[in-house]
Design a protein around this ligand. Structure first.
Ligand code: NAD
Length: 496
């Protein structure tokens, strides 16, 4: 069985801890790899090595840092399909979807190649006579990243390329459920020529995270994961006076106006709701049908019902299994609650399996209608292939419903009306809005801007906001005397 390795102080090591985690194939729950959780001493060693590496990395010229990123993005592209295959095997994602996961990460590494332009400061000449003010961005030190299972390539790549391009060093603690993909990303980073110590990889769970959250040499924490853990990470990290950005769970609504193109709505809702088995933080889990668009619900359900889950390498498969048996139990329990609480189950995937893989974490596509905000299937992030359909009469009612949600990650509206779209984009209290686009994940020159209970912090992932998150601004006010005539003391705070 494959042994997953840590990367500490420039060496790939098995680790000495007795505590082991087994990585399984979600399609049948057979073991495919084993990882020793990093011991406390190993996490401390990773942080110490990253701290030592910071001294020279921060002095490395920006174009040299950019060149490491250029080589890295080229290597990621060269190994794109191979990474996607590892990813598909440990997550169960279809090969096409796994390739998307890798690609959306590569786009961020590509963006990090622009670090010289991205990290430029500001200048104003003559803020007072013969006095100029200019600012620089300088790195923070050692940063850490804690990532979830559902995008084991994209989300680590949201973090370490930009943090490191800014001149920081980085400790990555990926999800223990699919650690092989992050290991491959780190191997390629070494191959790209990153100096020893700049990137560290430690595997494990809460005990490794707790050291990162409290260690005095960690200056900033990037976290992506569930709401409860996100709140814990944000509170503990900030309590230890660190900068923290914590991306958490979601419940994303798509509003369907009666003037929308019906076929586009159906096509888009299918992939956005049950694609990746609904295990996306930007999945559409609630479709809000406005007015007469409710007449399309049966057709939407019928199309979603046609999607067949299957193995990662089955080109006919619409999506794969859930990540773990626990995840499956949780989703089945929520489906059962939906039925008990009075929602009408139009398509029921609770009894689905794949022949020959009966022990896998399969859940078939599931669609409910007559869902109301009191129901647990409406309130909870199901993180499974389940779409909840809600009916309202007006756009105002739809807005009220969406704005009452505690989450604010993503939303979309399907309409042919510019006025309705403009009203929705302006009034909705959600950080990422799609207009006739179901899953509006911004490209890396923007930032990933979830709101409310989907995000704790202020500067978001990638784009300019990430550069602000991973740097300090130093502002210099300078005067050079061109004569030695003294003007006498200035007893005020004004620049003269
Ligand atoms: P998770 O919270 O269980 O795990 C995330 C990370 O935290 C992992 O590395 C894990 O080892 C660590 N962790 C788990 N429990 C911990 C604890 N008690 N203390 C400290 N660390 C702990 O999340 P997951 O199940 O891997 O990922 C799915 C969740 O991530 C969903 O809620 C999804 O919406 C969310 N997510 C959000 C975004 C976003 O951008 N908002 C993106 C992707 C995923």
């Amino acid at each position: 069985m494959k042994q997953v390795l840590h990367y500490i102080d420039g060496e790939f090591v098995e680790g000495n801890s007795e505590r082991q985690i087994t990585v399984t194939n979600p399609a049948n729950n057979e073991a495919i790899a084993r990882v020793n959780c990093a011991s406390d001493a190993e996490v401390h060693a990773a942080i110490a090595s990253a701290k030592a590496a910071f001294d020279s990395w921060k002095e490395t010229p920006v174009s040299e840092r950019a060149r490491v990123m250029l080589r890295y993005q080229a290597l990621l592209k060269e190994h794109h399909d191979e990474i996607a295959e590892i990813l598909a095997q440990e997550t169960g994602k279809t090969f096409e979807d796994a390739k998307g996961d890798v690609w959306r990460g590569i786009e961020v590494a590509e963006h990090a190649c622009n670090i010289a332009s991205l990290s430029m400061g500001e200048t104003v000449e003559n803020v007072a006579r013969k006095i100029d003010t200019y600012s620089y961005t300088q790195p923070l030190g050692v940063c850490a990243g804690i990532t979830p299972f559902n995008f084991p390539a994209m989300i680590p790549l949201w973090m370490f390329p930009l943090a490191i391009a800014c001149g920081n060093t980085f400790v990555l603690k990926p999800s223990e459920q699919d650690p092989m993909t992050p290991q491959r990303l780190v191997e390629l980073f070494e191959e790209a020529g990153a100096p020893k110590g700049v990137l560290q990889l430690v595997h494990g769970d809460k005990s490794a995270v707790d050291i990162l959250l409290t260690h005095e040499d960690i200056k900033a924490i990037s976290f992506v994961g569930s709401v409860g853990v996100g709140q814990y990470v944000y509170k503990t990290g900030t309590d230890h006076l660190k900068r923290v950005q914590a991306f958490a769970g979601a419940k994303n609504h798509s509003v369907i106006m009666p003037d929308a193109n019906k076929q586009q709505v159906i096509n888009n809702l299918v992939g956005a709701s049950v694609g990746a088995a609904g295990q996306r933080c930007m999945a559409i889990s609630v479709a809000v049908f406005v007015g007469s668009s409710k007449e399309w619900i049966d057709e939407v359900a019928a199309e979603i019902g046609k999607v067949k889950p299957g193995l990662w390498n089955d080109p006919e498969a619409g999506y794969g299994p859930l990540i773990s048996p626990q995840a499956k139990v949780r989703v089945l329990d929520l489906i059962a609650q939906g039925k008990q609480q009075g929602a009408e189950c139009l398509v029921d995937g609770s009894d689905f399996t794949v022949e020959g893989y009966e022990t896998g974490n399969w859940v078939g596509p599931t669609v409910f209608r007559n869902v109301t905000p009191e129901m647990s299937i409406y309130q909870e992030e199901i993180f499974g292939p389940v779409l909840c359909c809600v009916e309202v009469e007006t756009l105002e009612e739809a807005l009220e419903l969406v704005n009452n949600s505690p989450y604010g990650n993503g939303t979309s509206i399907f309409t042919a009306s510019g006025a309705a779209a403009r009203k929705y984009q302006h009034e909705v209290e959600v950080g990422q809005v799609g207009i006739n686009i179901p899953i509006p994940v911004p490209l890396p020159f923007f930032s990933f801007t979830g709101w409310k209970g989907s995000f704790y912090g202020d500067q978001h992932a990638y784009g300019k906001q990430a550069v602000r998150f991973y740097t300090e601004t130093k502002t210099i006010t300078a005067r050079w005397f061109d004569s030695d005539i003294a003007t006498g003391p200035n007893m005020t705070i004004a620049l003269k």
